[in-house]
Design a protein around this ligand. Structure first.
Ligand code: HEM
Length: 507
């Protein structure tokens, strides 16, 4: 440790001691009616206890739930976290008391660097900027008209996808499902965003930079103890370098598109979607409250949000579906039969077709239940003091909604650990509402309320159509040298520790 670090540490402890004294005075030493939780250490609360556990936060939360019940709290450095795990309380907070729980907590300097001070749908605080960005996202990306307008993009990307599956199988004897699907979903989103067809290498660069950004923005000590930020200088430097790479990767796409939209220039003939049809077109003229017209920094952030939010989530669902299909050949056969009955053995599966395939939809829902891509929603923050589950929830605390818990609750699901898509056809999943708008909730893989995932329809479409095409064309079998391993690893989403490798046989 350098001398400057020791100095910073000393000053940090000094200021923390002052902060802690005022915290005790203001909060009456924790005596006010906060949800119960584990006793913490002076100054840092439960922060270092969690770090010293040396296991993922999710496992700590699962143990604490057993001890403290469906709602509890923790003091993580300077942030109070309230953890909500029961479906009724999650629904009450996110839907019935929606606006109060709809904000986002403060961010660390690294996260602020990538969000340009919280200028994206997912990161903006609840208010006019968030409303404008989200409204724009909904009309420009996921309105039925826009989704239809972009059908041909998926058609083109899926054609290449099938070729890639074949060539990878020929070359290696198996396919890495996650790898191939990531590339396809990324290329679809890049096209929807910039309206341009670009080289495979460029798409790969965008995917790589997206993965790195997701890794570097995972919450760390300064998120909870901002005063420690100076100790993370090296990481900040790495983050700045990465941001530069991200800008270099995406700014040329933005500039080319602007030249096409404003002057009709298209020298490399890469612009295939007409003016107004790419997401970024709408951002060029958007007047964002508090920001005005958006600069290149903001445009890069808002565009990359599509990749950060849309690639990992959809592809991890696809990978888990295929794990279940190679392990459960009877389910795969049933799905194949439904596809053949709907469009024929060699018929082209269109987007309207997959909506009508009830078994396919059941397989995807069961995957979202058993292998929920997210255990938590993104962190929420309260906009004012309120009450939940009989406890007081102060203003501007972090509220973490543990949505995965309800998927494995035996009071809600029969044999919750068993993968059985039929439950969504004639069992305990029939009337399930995944959006939380109809009242009682049993599964919320996309969250609910004000901050619910606006990419739901697009994400499900990408999963459903890709899955249907892959099952129609090939029979999927476990790779003999690498048996499927359902061990989970926790990254941005819940991924497979050992990525699935499968053998494919043409149908
Ligand atoms: C199967 C795929 C997907 C799953 C499971 C999923 C899940 C989620 C979840 C759990 C949240 C957090 C909600 C909250 O904080 O309460 C979220 C937020 C979000 N998702 Fe998705 N998502 C998926 C696909 C997509 C796609 C394809 C896009 C965009 C192209 C997208 C864009 C977003 C955005 C922008 C937010 C932030 C919303 C806000 O803060 O207002 N998602 N998603």
């Amino acid at each position: 440790m350098e001398l400057i670090d020791l100095l910073i540490l000393g000053l940090t402890l000094f200021f923390l001691a002052i902060w802690w004294r005022s915290f005790i005075v203001i909060n009456g030493g924790g005596a006010k009616n906060l949800p119960p939780g584990p006793p913490g250490w002076p100054l840092v609360g439960n922060l270092f206890q969690i770090i010293l556990e040396r296991r993922h936060f999710i496992f700590v939360i699962r143990d604490l739930r057993k001890k403290y019940g469906p709602i509890f709290s923790m003091q993580m450095g300077q942030r109070t976290l309230v953890i909500v795990t029961s479906p009724d309380l999650i629904h009450e907070a996110l839907v019935q008391k929606g606006p109060i729980f709809a904000s986002r907590p403060p961010d660390s300097p690294i996260r602020l660097l990538f969000s340009v001070g919280k200028c994206a749908v997912n990161s903006a605080e609840y208010g006019p900027l968030w409303r404008t960005l989200r409204r724009n996202f909904v009309t420009e990306l996921i309105s039925p008209v826009r989704i239809k307008q972009c059908s041909w993009v998926r058609e083109w990307a899926l054609e290449s996808h099938m070729k890639r599956l074949k060539s990878e199988a020929l070359e290696n004897g198996y396919v890495d499902v996650m790898d191939v699907c990531r590339f396809t979903v990324c290329s679809i989103l890049v096209f929807i965003c910039f309206g341009a067809k670009i080289s495979d290498d460029w798409i790969q660069d965008i995917d790589n930079v997206t993965k790195d950004v997701m890794l570097i923005t995972i919450p760390q000590l300064p998120d909870y103890l901002p005063i420690l930020t100076p100790l993370f200088r090296k990481q900040m430097k790495r983050a700045k370098d990465l941001r530069k790479t991200q800008m270099e990767c995406l700014v040329p796409l933005i500039r080319n598109r602007r030249a096409f939209v404003e002057k009709g220039e298209n020298p490399k003939l890469e612009m295939l979607s007409p003016v107004g049809a790419a997401y970024v077109d709408s951002l060029f003229t958007l007047n964002a409250p508090g920001r005005g017209l958006l600069g290149e920094e903001e445009l890069v952030t808002i565009c990359s949000e599509l990749f950060v939010a849309g690639i990992d989530t959809s592809t991890s669902v696809l990978q888990w579906v295929f794990l279940e299909l190679v392990l459960n050949q009877d389910i795969q056969e049933k799905l194949y039969r439904e596809i053949v009955e709907s469009v024929g053995k060699d018929g082209v599966i269109r987007e309207e077709d997959v909506e009508k395939m009830s078994y396919l939809n059941a397989v995807v829902k069961e995957t979202l239940r058993v292998h929920s891509p997210a255990h938590f929603t993104l962190s929420h923050a309260t906009t004012e003091e309120t009450e939940l589950g009989g406890y007081k929830i102060p203003s501007n605390v972090n509220v973490e909604f543990y949505i995965e818990w309800m998927n494995e609750d035996p009071d809600l699901w029969k044999d919750p650990g068993i993968f059985r898509p039929e439950r969504f056809i004639d069992g305990d999943g029939v009337s399930v509402d995944m959006t939380g708008t109809k009242g009682k909730v049993k599964m919320l893989p996309f969250g609910a309320g004000r901050r619910t995932c606006p990419g739901l329809a697009l994400g499900l479409l990408h999963v459903n159509i890709t899955l249907a095409r892959m099952v129609q064309a090939f029979k999927w079998l476990p790779a003999p040298h690498a048996p499927p391993d359902p061990t989970e690893a926790f990254a941005f989403t819940v991924i497979m520790k050992n990525p699935l490798k499968a053998v494919i046989l043409p149908r």
